[in-house]
Design a protein around this ligand. Structure first.
Ligand code: AP5
Ligand code: MG
Ligand code: ZN
Length: 218
């Protein structure tokens, strides 16, 4: 399946992409993870995008579209993909539609995880991420078994630079202005699957699985 996970910062895109990717046998492609990896490795791309990410602004469409399209073209993505954090502007959404259309394919669905702004702040303030495998934890909602260590790989957990309260506010503003219009865009295209993201992690996962079963049947 070819899916997009749409939702505000902290909505649970990364959290849900992991089990979905395993269940569906589709690769998880997170634009944010790709950017952060480029920054970590100090590549040319990393140098270009670091300042945008640190201040909670969007990376320019041209750079983002090129990077994600390259990733989608890799052989492992031919079985299907789950896009997490892309597209984030109307221009990116149109570029994605056009690129898929060139190959005679299209998105199967866009899973929109709906969460209120107050809850987003709570989630991002307590988030911890594994440096090695990118697994996502929360100090209250989904704590690791050993504090500071990843359950899955034993890697060190860290807090993202852009999860500081001020930057989170900025990211939520940017989302409302630039990304929220995609909800109407995909609803009009009859691709939108809306999920109540304000339930616990397992319930959200169950709702997504159920919604995708219906989506496959059509
Ligand atoms: P990116 O990495 O995509 O960040 P984001 O969209 O801000 O989203 P997050 O990763 O913060 O949230 P999430 O929805 O994945 O939540 P998570 O599952 O971790 O982008 C970072 C930056 O890169 C951008 O600001 C921009 O600069 C750049 N960028 C990336 N893509 C771009 C693009 N397309 N165009 C331009 N620039 C781009 O969950 C959050 C927390 O909540 C965790 O602690 C988790 O344990 C907890 N949690 C999750 N679900 C639940 C639940 N149901 N109940 C309780 N807690 C929960
Ligand atoms: Mg994420
Ligand atoms: Zn790990």
């Amino acid at each position: 399946m070819r899916l997009v996970l749409l939702g505000a910062p902290g909505a649970g895109k990364g959290t849900q992409a992991e089990p979905m990717s395993r269940e569906l046998g589709a690769v998880h492609i997170s634009s944010g993870d790709l950017f952060r990896e480029a920054v970590r490795q100090g590549t040319e791309l990393g140098r270009q995008v670091k300042s945008y990410i640190d201040r909670g602004a969007l990376v320019p469409d041209e750079i983002t579209v090129r990077m994600v399209m390259e990733r989608i073209s890799a052989p492992d993505a031919s079985k299907g993909f789950i896009l997490d954090g892309f597209p984030r502007t109307l221009e990116q959404a149109r570029a994605l539609d056009a690129a898929l259309a060139q190959h005679g394919i299209s998105l199967d669905g866009v899973v929109y995880i709906n969460v209120s702004p107050e809850e987003l702040q709570r989630r991002l303030g307590g988030r911890w991420i594994c440096r090695r495998c990118q697994a996502v934890y929360h100090e209250v909602y989904s704590p690791p078994k050993i504090s500071g260590r990843c359950d899955r790989c034993g890697g060190e957990l860290y807090q993202r630079e852009d999860d500081k309260a001020q930057t989170v506010k900025k990211r939520i503003d940017v989302y409302s202005r630039e990304t929220a219009p995609l909800i109407a865009y995909y609803r009009e295209a009859d691709k939108l699957i809306e999920i109540d993201g304000e339930q616990d992690i397992d319930r959200v996962r169950r709702d997504i699985t159920a919604a995708l079963k219906n989506c496959k049947r059509t």
